[in-house]
Design a protein around this ligand. Structure first.
Ligand code: TMP
Length: 245
């Protein structure tokens, strides 16, 4: 016998206790910035420096990341980045999307509701670059998936830290062996150089396609030089940063 199940409206959160949806991107009360780039591009260092400046200027700031910005996300991150994980690229895409949905509900949207600055280490553009270009899934089905709430939200600004993958991977491997993280998070670092070049060019394509949102930062110079470029690229969005220079 056929069983008829009533379908929920999947455009809205359908579990109890979901935080309210925050203001639309670009709302004057909050600024959401994402940081993107290949492995070893130095974005985590720059996020930490920027967060420090914002907090010293008494600007409430949330620092978060994908994958792994929530408790569930940390479990997904362990699966996604463990070198022994063998999954189909489509499964990988859906796990990144699951991490993102939970991250939006639990972290990003509530922070925007509170009017805080959100600094997010990777977001949708990482999926487009790594799964779309790197894994060759293409961008159409990824964008299609991200038309549904809450995945349809977009940051106000995206800083792309652009770097030659030869340099980035060398930096990432040095850092991992210093921190001992290579055993658990090296899945993408094991990919061939060709993969990383596709990811880099994917990011540059995305940036060219949306010049209003993206800013490209040359990640090759030293961290102090890159930090000055970051501050320049955010001066219009966060005028109070000028006081911290
Ligand atoms: P991280 O160490 O900079 O946090 O990066 C985590 C890895 O996850 C990095 O290799 C890129 C990858 N990634 C994807 O492949 N797709 C995604 O959607 C995200 C957010 C990350």
């Amino acid at each position: 016998m056929a069983v008829h199940l009533e379908t929920e409206d999947l455009t809205e959160p359908c579990f109890h206790g979901a935080p309210p949806i925050g203001p639309e991107p670009g709302s004057p009360s909050t600024v959401w910035i994402t940081f993107e780039g290949i492995e070893g591009s130095g974005k985590s260092t720059q996020i930490a420096r920027l967060a420090d400046r914002l907090r010293r200027a008494d600007i409430p700031t949330v620092v978060t990341r994908e994958p792994g910005g929530t408790e569930t996300g940390r479990k997904l991150r362990a699966i996604l980045l463990r070198p022994s994980t063998k999954i189909h690229p489509m499964t990988e895409l859906l796990l990144y999307a699951a991490d993102r949905a939970e991250h939006l509900y639990q972290v990003v949207l509530p922070a925007r509701e509170r009017g805080e600055v959100v600094l997010c280490d990777r977001f949708l553009d990482a999926t487009l670059a790594y799964q779309g270009y790197g894994r060759r899934l293409g961008t159409d089905r990824i964008l299609e998936l991200h038309r549904r709430s809450p995945l349809d939200r977009r940051p106000d600004r995206t800083l792309l830290f652009d770097l030659d993958p030869e340099i980035g991977l060398r930096r990432a491997r040095d850092r991992n062996s210093e921190q001992g993280t290579d055993a658990t998070e090296g899945r993408f670092e094991q990919e061939l150089m060709d993969f990383h070049n596709r990811v880099r060019h994917g990011y540059l394509d995305l940036a060219r396609g949306e010049p209003g949102r993206f800013r490209i930062v040359d990640a090759a110079p030293d961290a102090d030089h890159v930090e000055r470029a970051v501050l320049d690229e955010l001066a219009d969005l966060l005028p109070r940063l000028a006081d911290t220079r």
